[in-house]
Design a protein around this ligand. Structure first.
Ligand SMILES: C[S@@+](CC[C@H](N)C(=O)[O-])C[C@H]1O[C@@H](n2cnc3c(N)ncnc32)[C@H](O)[C@@H]1O
Length: 214
């Protein structure tokens, strides 16, 4: 593994950098984000979304998981004012096990933008376990994904590996997951999943869902 793996990668196409970041803040605000919310940004990358969310939250209330250290460091260097970082004290962890326990916080909001679009079913299962165990009883998990089986292009991904850029790969790639599978995995953990009525940023782009405790 190289330390500058994916140095130039911003989390998605550069033309969508601003829109996809802004959308994360909008979706969080539409689901009750407040100054004292506790937010976990899973696979926070170069802070495409974090740069919108961190300035708004109370100090120490934003946590990000990102195993690609170089990407995160670029985000901290280029997309956030050092004074904002000093004042808002965002917290980060580099584990790649989707271990949400590391922060010792019950999150009100968990967000994963362009993460289920690369993750295996086992990895999404680990994120749902993490949400079930480390969120407030009225917490929400907002995830973008590509629904499989709803257009000819997107198949249901059954492999076990992460697909696309990460701390271990600089190969692009995306995967889809069947909505029915997401609903069943949530139900098996006492969670409920709902699709958001929100137009994708691009044609056949990612849609959002919200997961809550049932
Ligand atoms: C497509 S990018 C999206 C980044 C960010 N959410 C955004 O919207 O810009 C996917 C991110 O997931 C990270 N990632 C890969 N494997 C991961 C793992 N096991 N746990 C957490 N994040 C991971 C990648 O390094 C990358 O930053």
């Amino acid at each position: 593994m190289s330390h500058d793996m994916n140095d130039g990668f911003l989390g998605g196409p550069p033309r969508l950098f601003e829109a996809a970041g802004r959308e994360q803040l909008i979706v969080l605000l539409e689901h009750g984000l407040c100054f004292d919310s506790f937010v976990l940004d899973v696979g926070c990358g170069a802070l495409r979304g974090g740069r919108w969310v961190i300035p708004l939250l109370d100090p120490g209330h934003y946590c990000g998981i990102e195993p690609n250290r170089a990407m995160l460091e670029r985000g901290l260097r280029e997309f956030l004012d050092p004074e904002v970082v000093e004042c808002k004290r965002p917290r980060f962890d580099g584990n790649d096990r989707f271990d949400f326990s590391v922060f010792g916080i019950r999150f009100t909001h968990v967000v994963a933008r362009s993460v289920w679009t690369h993750a295996s079913k086992q990895q999404i299962g680990a994120m749902l376990d993490g949400f079930a165990a480390h969120s407030a009883s009225d917490g929400v998990f907002l995830a973008s994904f590509l629904p499989a089986g709803e257009s000819k292009a997107q198949e249901d991904y059954l492999g076990e590996a992460w697909v696309g850029r990460s701390h271990e790969s600089d190969e692009p790639g995306m995967v889809g997951h069947a909505w029915r599978w997401v609903e069943e995995e949530c139900a098996a953990r006492g969670l409920e999943a709902q699709r958001l009525d929100r137009a994708p940023l691009t044609e056949r782009g990612q849609v959002w869902c919200v997961v809550r405790h049932a």
